[in-house]
Design a protein around this ligand. Structure first.
Ligand SMILES: [Zn+2]
Length: 289
């Protein structure tokens, strides 16, 4: 009997904890969600993706406890990142404005500019990158891409068993097997609606892609990683991306970049939005160890 009571008590406290964690995650992710009707209509996919995070993280007491102190997460993340080797992008793509080469910074300081839905994603990606098994998993997919002369590989960052997993989705251009399309990953529309943590793609067209580490800038509707993310955010309210770049040897560099609409509810002009973008270098990693 005492056993049974203990079990019921245990179940109850477990359920209370889950409910508390769920509330905490909703509060944390919802803070910046935009109060306007536009944000709610446009943000359907972002909402589904954030729910995917809530569903998968509410059992993780460590992460949920951390959410009570956003400053501490940023601090920890910054401390991790400053200690790591990084590869910052050196080259623009041909269609980027040559006069504006690298207006973006990817330094650890940018941690302070991450909003909650970006910060939570970066945190769990960094936690996964601390596992050699995950680094090897990314490395294997990069090696696959290196052997494919036709297209960049990419897909979705999903929750796996005890680490994240990259789920490969063939590019819209892959079937054309046309060397001219090399370099651009385009996710099929259908796959964009699968719930995910972020989208990813590789820069792995040759042994050493370090010049092209991180997102290319580009122009809206023409192409380029940052420009495409901006277009995506206009439709979806939020976008989250990861790029892993092949470095010399069995190494890669990884960047997170995100964009989220910030809605201003202006009585005279109606709803207006701004689309700040942020890039953060998450470090260099060695696979195959
Ligand atoms: Zn790219």
């Amino acid at each position: 009997m005492a056993d049974l009571i203990d079990r019921i008590k245990g179940n109850m406290s477990e359920r209370l904890r889950l409910a508390r964690n769920k509330n905490r995650l909703e509060d944390f992710l919802g803070k910046n969600c935009g109060f306007s009707i536009c944000a709610r209509i446009l943000g359907e996919r972002a909402y589904a993706n954030n729910n995917y995070l809530i569903k998968n993280l509410c059992k993780n007491n460590d992460i949920c406890d951390l959410l009570y102190n956003e400053g501490e997460i940023k601090d920890n993340l910054y401390k991790k990142l400053v200690k790591m080797p990084h590869t910052y992008r050196k080259k623009s793509m041909p269609y980027s404005n040559p006069k504006s080469v690298f207006q973006y910074s990817e330094e650890p300081d940018n941690v302070n500019g991450l909003n909650p839905s970006q910060l939570l994603r970066v945190w769990i990606i960094m936690e996964s990158l601390e596992k050699q098994e995950f680094v090897n998993h990314v490395g294997r997919l990069i090696e696959d891409n290196l052997k494919d002369p036709y297209t960049e590989h990419g897909g979705l960052v999903l929750f796996g068993n005890d680490m994240l997993k990259l789920y490969n989705v063939e590019s819209r251009f892959a079937k054309k097997k046309d060397i001219r399309y090399k370099g651009t990953y385009k996710m099929p529309f259908k796959a964009s609606s699968i719930q995910n943590i972020a989208k990813y793609h590789f820069h792995a067209s040759k042994e050493d892609c370090s010049e092209y580490a991180g997102p290319s800038q580009g122009f809206p509707l023409i192409g380029g990683d940052l420009a495409s993310a901006l277009c995506e955010t206009i439709l979806d309210n939020e976008s989250h991306h990861v790029i892993a770049t092949k470095l010399n040897g069995q190494r890669f560099n990884i960047d997170y970049f995100g964009c989220e609409a910030v809605w201003n509810n202006n009585q005279k002009k109606g709803n207006t939005a701004e689309y700040p973008q942020i890039v953060l270098d998450l470090g260099n990693y060695e696979y195959g160890k």
